[in-house]
Design a protein around this ligand. Sequence first.
Ligand code: SF4
Length: 401
Amino acid sequence: MKSLRYLYRIGHGPSSSHTMGPANAINLIKKQYNDASSFDVILYGSLAFTGRGHLTDKIIVDTAYPIPCNIHFNYDLEVEFPNTFDVIIHFVDKEDITKRVLSLGGGAISIDNEINHEDEEIYPEKNMDEIISLCKKNNWTFAQYVYEREGQSIKDYLKEVYKVMLDSIDRGLKSEGVLPGKLKVQRKAYKFLVAKHDHESMASYYNRILAAYAFAVSEENASGGIIVTAPTCGACGTLPSVIKYMSSRCQSSEDEIIDALATAGLFGNVVKTNGSISGAEAGCQAEIGTATAMAAAAACSLRRMNLDIIECAAEIAIEHSLGLTCDPVEGYVQIPCIERNGVSAIKATSASYIAEFIADSQHISFDQAVATALQTGKDMKMAYRETSQGGLAVSYKKKGE
Ligand code: SF4
């Protein structure tokens, strides 16, 4: 596994695979071919079907600037990997060069099958079972294991990550109006905050606050604001919401918050390595399912639970996200994505409480749930993997006809 720096990426929404990844690729190609006169970019698969709604075309043209760039949408070519695009590089005085880019999810890319090694593998353990064995042997928490592998400097990076998360919550809670795009979705985060009523139960209060935070970040993402991938842009609201809410309830110190982020990141990293965090590859279970697992692990960490309970909570979150499809309406990361982050934040905190009572009789491990999610994703029709060709995206069109 690679560093958590490549799981938690700070950047503009709305999509790690559809905006951050393509922007990273264009930046690298621009740097390598600084004598290019223009680019033609051909988008395939999910990038073609949902690229406009996800702002892929805009981010590529903006990133390529000042080099002129034309975007083409190819809906017909069947590509092996759903988020594929070609960059044809033109020069004034030599032959064109074509580069094939795969946007792998979470902002990671490969160009001509060479994975962009932003860094080498720094975690030798291959899965959560191995990590837990090692932690038990050394009496480490998950966070201590992360610091052993990454070095203490990762803490400064995680502090920056948390600051950006909090800023995105604050901005989202202060913003009103309509999100960009033709769906005309109203921002709702601030409404949750002012929706207090006199006889509100504690449970209702907590759910409202969790939803407010998750909506705030997700609405920022949908507006192209700066967020942290956790593990992706579409699923970026769940983890910040749970950490802000639970750390307040548990009166956590700054160190405990950073430990929770490290713990959550470790679980996300295992999924990224052994499963999938890409909606185009394995449906929303890969994005929101992983985010929910990360948030459940963070909640347990803040509640000072042991390794087994943390692992069980993350497993519950994945298990009960299995089969979740990716069907963004009109290709925008808005419906169902924003609400889904709110619901997932509530689900993650529930998983952290449930795990406390069932961890001692757990039948399915986190690693098994991750493998199952990947297989389920492979079995999923393409219509349900970020193409807006099935599910809610189709129901919405029928309703609007
Ligand atoms: S439905 Fe889920 S996977 Fe698809 S774009 Fe929305 S958040 Fe991402």
